[in-house]
Design a protein around this ligand. Sequence first.
Ligand code: SF4
Length: 333
Amino acid sequence: MRFPIDFAMSNAKHMVQQRSKGRKRYPTVLMLEPLYTCNLACLGCSVERHTGKLKDRLPVDKCLEAARVTEAPTVALCGGEPTLYPELGELLQGLFDMGKHVILCTNALLLDKKLFPVVPPNKKLFVNVHLDGMKETHDYVCNRDGVFDKAIAMVKESKERGYLTLTNTTVFKETKMDEVEELCEVLTEIGVDGILVSPGYEYESVEKDIFLTQNQIHEKFKRVRQLAKKYKLTATPTFLDFAAGLIELKCSPWSTVNYTPMGWKGPCYLIGENFYDDFETFWNSVDWDYWETRQNRKCLNCKMHSGFEHSAVQAASKSLKGMAQLAAWHVSG
Ligand code: SF4
């Protein structure tokens, strides 16, 4: 199976429930960023996401309320670096008690100090380690020597201790696809439970010219489609077809709503045109019809997984053939 059955079933159940309520749009993942504090300053990260003060973090009760109100079955816990969140154990337990699956998105530097001694392996928890290439590339992207070696050591330890362990690789302009394959080989030998390879987003606040144009994304993701035949990639085949420029999709920014120390971020995980104090105001204020069509110039080169994976699943679910392909992909992992 590509994902544990419990995870796949909870997502399928959510889709059926939301559709039976007549909802055309609904969140599937809460991108929860309880803090904008980080122990790294990676080149591809927007400045505000790693320069926040710890004292400005969200309290646990606000995080849990956000998880309740969205109804999304999955919480991607990011930031900032979530292992720096002092109440991490309490937050995770609260989310598990609500039946949520949690994807802990981390640079892995503090897993041995802040996660392993505090939260035991749990079938609702995925440890998701950021790895943008082999040693030279990853240390360059993370702006610090030694990050790759530590992250790989933590991925191994995470697996040995019995945590469900994923990795997340962002593809930039300079990314060599042979190197991505080498990384997939290393991670497969370790036995990771899934590898996400996705295109980077060109934040206005990032000055370095490291991001891809649409054509460059298409070329690189034609290769990623090939890698998907060999390695356990977690992006669906329809998303990879889209990333390779073979099909078009509308965006689903509402599927991955983002709660941050500044409030609900709209219209999407990438663009903070406005921040809202409460979910209802956020949900009713963003012009979803407009943002779905990708006509804004900030959407021009965007093929982000957070915006399009839900669209890909919806597109595949429209036909019997697509559903059969999706089911075959799930069981082939
Ligand atoms: S296309 Fe990208 S930038 Fe535009 S709304 Fe969708 S996720 Fe956001």
